[in-house]
Design a protein around this ligand. Structure first.
Ligand code: RIB
Ligand code: CA
Length: 345
């Protein structure tokens, strides 16, 4: 039985890898993709999702458009991190696929009602549309089999302000509503939270892209380098490898400019891998809440690990993993998928 998954993404470079990881995983059945404003505006997120489905020769998967703005504050996007269209230097052919006639919120609610207890929700962007879906269907925590969230930072610096992480920063009100809504969830339904604490240990380097090209039977096998000229683009024979390489190269450049080194934190595909196999993660329960009123701490996620607030845990926070196991899976799955979709000539 394949695992039904709703993806809620702000595609983005690492969201793209999360989508490819699930498309390449036979045990995953993506039954809907919600396009949430974040890295880039919602319409661009949706266009990126449709375009990746074309590149991957994927079956018709519903892609729904989400809210254009966060719940309470104006949208902030981050093209400097993910590129002008959100897919780095990749230039994905525009898709002719149609967007879903229903909104992302309607899709969330109608799918969980149609498949009670079966769906794993994977959120790798701001939680705007999930929060709106919870307002429409308060039973959603009971109707989902599990929720996996990429977001937050706990005992770890933020990546957007000193204390907060991008997805929560874009829509902190939504994040609070989601964590509050899961406060009554039983232990086996608590959201699995992949925060920066763990996702910033998932460091993709040029070596991983080289291994991916080799696994896909793509040629030439390239080694992306910070010494490449700024206009360098992949000449890989395999379109999936080529577009992934161009997308990630931008992300490498961004991380190097931030002083993190010539690497890329693969936040979202790690969360996707956990959504398929929670055994990848060591977790610890905590009560999570989101600061909304702080002047310099607004949008900070706070974890009460010891029950100091007298509230039940509402999250299982990932505190450990083996990044190499993750990268072995990512390279094998996407590499084999790319080879199968575009057999080496
Ligand atoms: O903070 C990292 C998260 O923000 C990732 O999901 C990235 O895609 C951006 O959405
Ligand atoms: Ca994302």
């Amino acid at each position: 039985m394949r695992q039904k998954i709703i993806m809620d993404v702000d595609t983005g470079v690492d969201d793209s890898l999360a989508l490819l990881y699930l498309l390449a995983s036979p045990e995953a059945e993506i039954i809907g993709i919600a396009s949430t404003a974040g890295n880039v505006p919602a319409a661009q997120v949706a266009a990126n999702n449709l375009a990746w489905l074309d590149v991957c020769g994927a079956a018709d998967i519903e892609v729904a458009l989400g809210a254009t703005e966060p719940l309470a504050i104006p949208l902030r996007t981050t093209e400097d991190t993910h590129g002008p269209q959100g897919v780095g230097y990749a230039e994905l052919p525009e898709s002719a696929r149609a967007l879903s006639p229903r909104s992302a919120v309607e899709m969330w609610v109608e799918l969980v009602r149609a498949h009670p207890g079966e769906i794993v929700g994977l959120c790798t962007g701001p939680l705007t549309n999930l929060a709106l879906a919870l307002r429409l269907e308060p039973r959603l925590p009971q109707l989902l089999r599990r929720l996996v969230i990429m977001g937050g930072a706990f005992n770890h610096p933020g990546n957007t302000t000193p204390t907060n992480e991008w997805n929560v920063h874009v829509d902190p009100e939504a994040a609070k509503e989601v964590f509050d809504a899961f406060s009554a969830a039983p232990a086996d339904r608590r959201p699995l939270v992949c925060a920066l604490d763990i996702t910033e240990t998932i460091e993709m380097t040029p070596k991983h892209l080289t291994l991916l090209a080799e696994r896909a039977g793509s040629f030439p096998v390239e080694t992306v380098s910070p010494l490449d000229p700024p206009h360098a683009r992949s000449a890989a024979s395999n379109p999936i490898v080529r577009h992934v390489t161009d997308a990630v190269r931008f992300y490498f450049d961004f991380h190097q400019q931030c002083g993190a080194g010539y690497l890329a934190h693969m936040h979202d595909p790690f969360a996707a891998a956990v959504a398929l196999d929670a055994g990848l993660a060591v977790t610890r329960p905590a009560t999570v809440d989101v600061e909304l009123a702080g002047t310099i701490t607004r949008a900070t996620t706070v974890a009460d690990w010891e029950g100091m607030w007298g509230r039940e845990p509402n999250a299982d926070i990932v505190i450990g993993t083996d990044p190499e196991i993750f990268f072995e899976r990512l390279i094998a799955r996407i590499g084999d998928f790319a080879r199968e979709r575009y057999p080496a000539q």
